[in-house]
Design a protein around this ligand. Structure first.
Ligand SMILES: [Zn+2]
Length: 260
């Protein structure tokens, strides 16, 4: 068994209330040594922080997800800044970004919330965990020369877009979608990318892999997604596990947290 890191799972969501500890234990037993939980709404940040403090293998990020754009208020940004000032272990600002796929989400408000969170990332010298749908050009423009890198989660763009993120110091997250036999475009991309640009993720409870389609996704399944990625790559599974862990530790500066 190899150690791997789930860089994106929403273990704080209510769907895990009944068996969260069990899921964490199963994930650990499957080699998932660390799990990163991004925050999505201001109302859930404190509970997220306390969840993470009770499990050594968990890390968290704080952010306002574009999907919940209607809920976000300016006070959330004030709270975000407060929590970052009293920073106890937030590894990044996230999950933030732009979702132009869902037309019901207010674009102007998304851009405003995203830019303000990018400003906080710059102020606190933190990486960002990005959600981007049909908005790569706008996101890249707003990132400008963001110096602290981050992760574009559930990446499904083309190789040219991928390279622009990699040049900015970002890693690209891949998981369950790579296990679908007909995801040719995605397979092609995963083959072409440099290994030091890739990190693993589940996005649990969403984006279940082929074997679990229609079911709740879980960090327990990450080894299966690693298998799918290894099938596409020239390197062996062990090498991919090691390098994706290294990439995650580097981009989220997890070393700082490993010692304490
Ligand atoms: Zn997410």
């Amino acid at each position: 068994m190899v150690d791997i890191i789930d860089t994106h799972c929403h273990l704080d969501f209510a769907i895990f209330d009944k068996d969260r500890d069990q899921v964490i234990n199963n994930a650990k037993r499957n080699g998932v040594c660390k799990l990163i939980i991004p925050g999505v709404r201001g109302a859930t940040w404190l509970a997220l922080r306390s969840l993470v403090s009770s499990h050594h293998c968990l890390h968290y990020a704080l952010g306002l997800h574009p999907y919940f754009i209607d809920e976000h208020r300016l006070q959330d940004l004030v709270l975000l800044k407060d929590l970052l000032i009293n920073r106890r272990g937030a590894v990044a600002i996230g999950e933030i970004g732009l979702d132009f796929f869902d037309k019901s989400l207010d674009r102007a408000k998304q851009i405003s919330m995203f830019s303000q969170q990018l400003d906080l990332a710059a102020e606190f010298q933190l990486p960002v965990i990005l959600h981007v749908r049909k908005a790569h050009d706008d996101v890249l423009k707003l990132l400008g020369s963001h110096k602290y890198g981050g992760i574009v989660h559930g990446f499904s763009g083309g190789i040219d877009i991928a390279k622009r993120y990699l040049n900015l110091g970002f890693k690209l997250g891949f998981g369950g979608m790579t296990s679908y036999p007909h995801s040719r475009k995605l397979h092609d991309l995963v083959r072409k990318l440099p290994l030091d640009g890739i990190v693993l993720e589940t996005d649990a409870p969403d984006m279940s892999g082929y074997k679990y389609r229609g079911q709740r996704n879980s960090p327990e399944f990450l080894p299966i997604y690693l298998d799918a990625i290894a099938d596409l790559r020239p390197e062996n599974l062990q090498r991919i596990a090691e390098q994706t862990c290294r990439n995650t530790i580097d981009v989220l500066a997890l070393e700082t947290f490993l010692t304490n």
